[in-house]
Design a protein around this ligand. Sequence first.
Ligand SMILES: [Zn+2]
Length: 290
Amino acid sequence: MPELPEVEHVKRGLSPKIEGLTIQDVTFSETVIKAHDAGRKAVVKGEGLDSFKYAVENRVISSIDRRSKYLLFRLGEAEEGMLILSHLGMTGAWFVVEELGEILEDRFRNHVHVIFTLSNGQKLVYSDIRRFGEMRFLPSEEAHPPLAEIGPEPFDEDADIRFLAALSIPKFSRKPIKEAIMHHSVIAGCGNIYATEALFKAGVSPKRRTDRLSLKKKKELFQHIVDVLHEGIAAGGSSISDYRNVNGEAGGMQERLQMYAKSVCPVCQSPVKKAVVGGRTSHYCTTCQR
Ligand SMILES: [Zn+2]
């Protein structure tokens, strides 16, 4: 599943290709049209397909932002506040092409669900193999309450203070630390892969109760989260399953992971333990992580 570094790369890839261009036309795949006709809002959420098309056509894509694992395509003038919100789900990918044939991998090309024709003739294409991703038109960010729940971006200046404060509220202080740091109101964009790596580097067991960690250890953990997300961005994201950037390329971070999905600890060579924490499979070393 794409996490913060991957979504950041999608944003960086798209920005120079589409900012300032106008959406001239939007078309949907047969699969999406049929699902909507049957009352299932596949891929395009919120209003129906006609409303989505009406809302976004003839609008300029002024900029693209990332918030946690969401992409925000800002439409029109900033003060208008309109946007398309996109979440990649498990297998979503965006491409910018002249022709669909430029999407080299069959499984992405065969699962194109939304095509935006832009004012320079290029196509902004959303492909999603498993269709867990979604997009929706919003008149403003406030129109979608889940966006307001998202905690600080890890690279924000005051993110550490807000992270520490969130960990000390009862909702999180009694939870296992991994469950707490993966909650997007504690910190944005720290999913299973990066949480696993940060806990390993900090020497903290994913099952450790949050309020049993010293302030010093929580600060260290925060820094490891920031570092591992930076490393993920620098490596082009991780492509454990189906992540591709805008140019169809996989990331390289999966080569650098030390604990996620490993069977042997790279530090002490102990067998890696697996446990379910907060509903997600966690890999950790019982010797190196306490
Ligand atoms: Zn170890």
